[in-house]
Structures are given as structure tokens and as C-alpha cells.
Design a protein around this ligand. Structure first.
Ligand SMILES: [Zn+2]
Length: 370
């Protein structure tokens, strides 16, 4: 499908357009487009929406480490996600192996390389500071400059143990040296949230921002001042749902304070995909869609925002010159129970469901239970 046109393409901004793609690149977006006989035409029904292909900013898809692992296709295009970002499952010692395992996948995969050269071989990959090796990181980055698009540091107690805040400062040095964005995972201190937010740079990313832990964004039922400061300074906030890191109550409090995430990500791996509470990116998106975010905001959080945050400048927009890959989805008007990481349940009357993707010049209808 080298040349194709999507007709009756309903965008989340309300426009209904035709989109013409050649050689994987969007050539034209207009209310109607004339094409030749060789162009494949995909005519969408009135219930379908089209967005740029979804990007999941925080996933785990290096299946070497069973602790946090999944298959990139199972969490990727089969769930309507054309690009997945692996958030630190691999480090410099094993990034070659990781790259080899995903380079032929249909889903596009990128790495935020763990500052621990071991990657997630165990829960405490930053307990031994000898694992943090900036030379090894730099060599890995020079070898895979198009695959490694950021730096990942998991700054919580079970990961850093006695290393305290040290890995954070090493991560910042590596991010400076490589000129890459840094994603910091927050959880139980150390590091304290205040320390992370005071030191992280504009353009860096904090993931697990709506976690329900004591070291989270709320204190005495107020959002901590340091959170507003970082937000205004241009630090990006990522959802990073995960098994333990998303609370409806924290989301509600953030909404009351007009504090919205820049990216909606799943932090998915096989256990929280199969047993919940994550299941997939669309389910994660639906939680925010029914709680304070309109459809346009939700879609921006999985398209244009992550593309900007991670310098994926060819992705995220339906405009001339951008990547011709798309997610086609519907709003299903049916009741569905959604659960957060604390076990809190809500019943929603509408949810987002991907029905097809266009990836690598191929139109793929998704299975019903996606
Ligand atoms: Zn993660």
C-alpha cells in the first residue's frame, strides 16, 4: 500500500477530511482529494475517528527480564499503539540484545536507556553505584543514536536503596552529556519528590505523576507547591499508570487544580496487561477521558505531546510531511468498569476502543477484544 487515501476521516478537532499518503509520508490533508487509480482508498464509517498513530511513552518490552517484560506487538500495534517507548528495561550492557530483539517488529520501538548498565535485571538496579557508568551509556548511545532517545532513572527506595539521591545527579549528568531528555520515575523516597522536581530540567519528564504514595504530589489534601513550580517551568508530567502508580483520587485533585498530564502512558508489562489494572493504553486513556479530559486532550497525550517531549519530530500530527501512520478508533457507548492501582472502581458509560491501525503502509483491522 505505497499510495493510499483515507476518506471520511473524522479528526478529534471536529474536521472531516481526506488524507493522502505516499511512501509513508502524509502528502495532503483536505476536505476532498482527487487520486489516481493506483491509490488505495480506505473509506471510514461515520463512527470512526482517526488520529496520528498512538505513542505509549512508558512501557516495558525487553523480554529478557521477566520482572517487567512484554512483547512489543502485544502492547503495540495489536492494541492500536504504533510506537512504544521502553522506559529503562535495558541498560548499556544489554541494549544490543534489546535492539536485536525488536528491530524487525512491526511496532516501532525506542529506548529510554536505564542509567544502570544492567537494566532491570532486578528491582534494585541502582543500589550499586558501580552499575551507573556514564562512559558505557555514551558508547551505547553512539552505537544506537536513533534507537536510544532518552535517559531513564528510577528514583524510588526499592530501586536505589542506600544510594539515596546519587543516581539522580548521575542521571542529570548523563542527560547533559548526551543532550537527551531524562525520564525520572518517582515513588517512595528517596528521592523525595521535592528533590526530583527541584533538580530536573525543563523538558525532562516525571513519570508516575498521579501515584497514590506518601511521596506523591499531594500533602494534607493539597498539591505540593513544588509540583506547580516544576509544571510552570516546563517539566513534563507523564501518567505511567503501572501496577501501583495511578490513583483516581490523585487525578481528581490534580483536575481541581488544572494540573494535567502531558502524556498518558501505560507502564505496561505482561502481568498488569493480563491481570489489570492496566490492560492496555486505550483503557488507560479511557480513565482520563471519563475524568476531566476531553477527547482532543486525551489524543494529544498519546500523539503530539509525546512526539514533542521525545523529539520524535516526524510523529504525532496529521499534517503534510508527517509520518503516514494512524490509529483508527471508536467511542463505544456501553458501560464498562475501570479500576485504578488502589483498587478503586468506577463505571463509565463511554470508552475508547482502537479498531484498526495503519502501520508500515499496511491497514490492519484489530481483533474485537482489543
Ligand atoms: Zn516502568
Amino acid at each position: 500500500m505505497n499510495k493510499f487515501m483515507i476518506e471520511n476521516a473524522r479528526l478529534v478537532d471536529g474536521r472531516i477530511v481526506s488524507i493522502f499518503v505516499q511512501n509513508g509520508v502524509i502528502q495532503q490533508v483536505a476536505s476532498s482529494i482527487k487520486v489516481d487509480n493506483e491509490t488505495q482508498v480506505i473509506h471510514l464509517d461515520n463512527e470512526s475517528y482517526v488520529s496520528a498513530g498512538w505513542i505509549d511513552t512508558h512501557t516495558h518490552c525487553f523480554d529478557k527480564f521477566e520482572l517487567y517484560a512484554d512483547n512489543c506487538e502485544s502492547i503495540g500495534y495489536k492494541k492500536g499503539v504504533t510506537t512504544v517507548i521502553d522506559a529503562g528495561t535495558s541498560g548499556a550492557d544489554n541494549v544490543d540484545e534489546f535492539y536485536d530483539s525488536v528491530k524487525n517488529c512491526k511496532t516501532h520501538v525506542y529506548s529510554l536507556l536505564n542509567i544502570s548498565k544492567t537494566g532491570l535485571y532486578a528491582q534494585n538496579e541502582l543500589a550499586d553505584m558501580r552499575h551507573v557508568d556514564s562512559d558505557a551509556f555514551m558508547q551505547a548511545y553512539q552505537k544506537h543514536p536513533h534507537f536510544i532517545i532518552g535517559v531513564k532513572a528510577r528514583m524510588s527506595k526499592s530501586v536505589v536503596e542506600e544510594s539515596g539521591d546519587l543516581p539522580l545527579f548521575e542521571a542529570l549528568k548523563i542527560a547533559e552529556q548526551t543532550k537527551l531528555p531524562l525520564m525520572v520515575h518517582i515513588g517512595t523516597a528517596p528521592s523525595k519528590l521535592e528533590t526530583v522536581l527541584a533538580n530536573i530540567r525543563s523538558g525532562d519528564i516525571v513519570t508516575h505523576i498521579f501515584n497514590p504514595k506518601t511521596n506523591g504530589i499531594i500533602q494534607d489534601s493539597h498539591i505540593k507547591e513544588c509540583v506547580f513550580d516544576a509544571y510552570q517551568r516546563g517539566v513534563f508530567f507523564d501518567l505511567g499508570h503501572g501496577t501501583d502508580s495511578f490513583s483516581f483520587d490523585v487525578l481528581d485533585k490534580a483536575n481541581q487544580n488544572d494540573l494535567k498530564v502531558h502524556s498518558i502512558s501505560s507502564d505496561i508489562y505482561y502481568r498488569n496487561r493480563q491481570n489489570g489494572p492496566v490492560y492496555d493504553l486505550a483503557t488507560t486513556m479511557s480513565k482520563l477521558y471519563r475524568k476531566g479530559y476531553d477527547l482532543k486532550e486525551v489524543i494529544a497525550c498519546v500523539t503530539s505531546h509525546p512526539a514533542k517531549m521525545l523529539n520524535l519530530s516526524h510523529l504525532g500530527r496529521i499534517e503534510k510531511g508527517y509520518c503516514g501512520e494512524f490509529t483508527i478508533f471508536k467511542i463505544i457507548h456501553k458501560n464498562k468498569e475501570l479500576v485504578d492501582s488502589t483498587g478503586k472502581r468506577i463505571i463509565v458509560s463511554e470508552y475508547i476502543q482502537p479498531v484498526a491501525v495503519i502501520i508500515r503502509n499496511e491497514y490492519i483491522q484489530l481483533e474485537e477484544d482489543c
